[in-house]
Ligand binder design. Structure first.
Ligand SMILES: Cc1ncc(C[n+]2csc(CCOP(=O)(O)OP(=O)(O)O)c2C)c(N)n1
Ligand SMILES: [Mg+2]
Length: 326
């Protein structure tokens, strides 16, 4: 088990978690007001996982994520205004408004793909890790995916290949207990996703993904192993999503009381209280950080809403290696 990180790292984790939480609240309000029209898969409740992973990554390290991946992107450092502009389909977005919410990509911060194809973050992360290995770079790739994705063929193929080639990959399953509207145990024979690592002769671990210290420790160990040539790890991080599968889903399929119980254990205020109690931060410092994020989000929303849409002439640019004439 890694030692407890420094207060600076712990507060940095909290900053990332707070950004994700506030961003979610703001985004839901803006969609509800009809100012942005986009499918939205809220990551609220899952803030800890990418925040605890990303503090041990650099910009040069890669992540591949999924439709429910805004938290992964924010934790990795995608500029918030570019993220919003992309989701709003504006020319100022990460992909000039041509990717949209399902395909956000920002190589400068290591966000190499966002995909709506369940299970496809893993083979892509393998490819990035293989490239880094061949070039002798010390980069690692993190593949984020859900519990439902662990039943897809690409999951098994990717774990096998990563183990055979000792790729510097960390497979991070965010087990939020549901795949769309179906509970984990209804579709999955393995008691734990991490049990499956044994079949591919790689370390597999299950952690409480709402516990920042446990998640940090598991991620750090896996990242160091991958960076040092020790190959891949499968981390199953247990968590729960606070909202429906997609914005507008009324989540009536959830067990009664399950969501309320999870929300009562909201990991963000719980970590805030712990930081203060343990002397890692003063109340004023955290309040200042929270209001700075709220202020930043005011400017971000304004930027995204007031940015122009892409020009028609941009339609085919960046699509093919050689640009087609209109
Ligand atoms: C290959 C493929 N099959 C099915 C779907 C439809 N689909 C979209 S999200 C989803 C559930 C995935 O659940 P999970 O992996 O647990 O991720 P979560 O949404 O809970 O984060 C499914 C089946 C899809 N997008 N891609
Ligand atoms: Mg799930």
């Amino acid at each position: 088990m890694s030692p407890i990180p420094s207060s600076a790292v712990l507060v940095d984790m909290y900053r990332r978690m707070t950004l994700i939480k506030q961003n979610d609240e703001r985004f839901r309000a803006v969609i509800k007001a009809g100012k942005i029209v986009a499918p939205y898969y809220s990551p609220r409740g899952q803030e800890v996982i990418p925040s605890a992973v990303s503090v041990s990554l650099t910009d040069a390290d890669y992540i591949c994520t999924i439709y429910r991946g805004v938290h992964d992107m924010l934790a990795k450092g995608v500029p918030v205004k570019l993220l919003w502009a992309e989701i709003a389909g504006k020319a100022t977005g990460t992909c000039k408004g041509k990717g949209g919410p399902m395909h956000i990509t920002h190589p400068a911060s290591g966000v190499m793909v966002t995909t709506g194809v369940v299970g496809s973050s893993m083979p892509i992360a393998n490819g990035l890790a293989l490239a880094a290995q061949i070039r002798g770079e010390k980069r690692v790739a993190v593949a984020y995916f859900g519990d439902g994705a662990s039943n897809i063929g690409a999951f098994h193929e990717s774990l096998n290949m990563a183990a055979v080639w000792k790729l510097p990959v960390i497979f991070v399953c965010q087990n939020n207990q549901y795949g769309e509207h179906t509970r984990y145990e209804v579709t999955t024979a393995a008691k734990r996703v991490s049990d499956r690592a044994a079949g591919y002769q790689m370390p597999g671990v299950t952690v409480d993904g709402n516990d920042p210290l446990a998640t940090y420790a598991a991620a750090r160990e896996a990242i160091e192993r991958a960076r040092d040539g020790g190959g891949p790890t499968l981390i199953e991080a247990l968590t729960f999503r606070f909202h429906g599968h997609v914005f507008g889903d009324m989540d009536g399929y959830m067990k009664k009381g399950e969501k309320d119980a999870a929300m009562a254990r909201d990991p963000v205020p719980a970590f805030r209280a712990w930081l203060i109690r343990e002397g890692h931060a003063a109340e004023g410092e955290l309040a200042g950080l929270e209001s700075a994020i709220a202020k930043e989000l005011d400017a971000v929303v304004e930027f995204a809403l007031s940015s122009p849409s892409p020009e028609l002439a941009e339609l085919r640019r960046d699509v093919f290696a050689t640009e087609l004439s209109a």
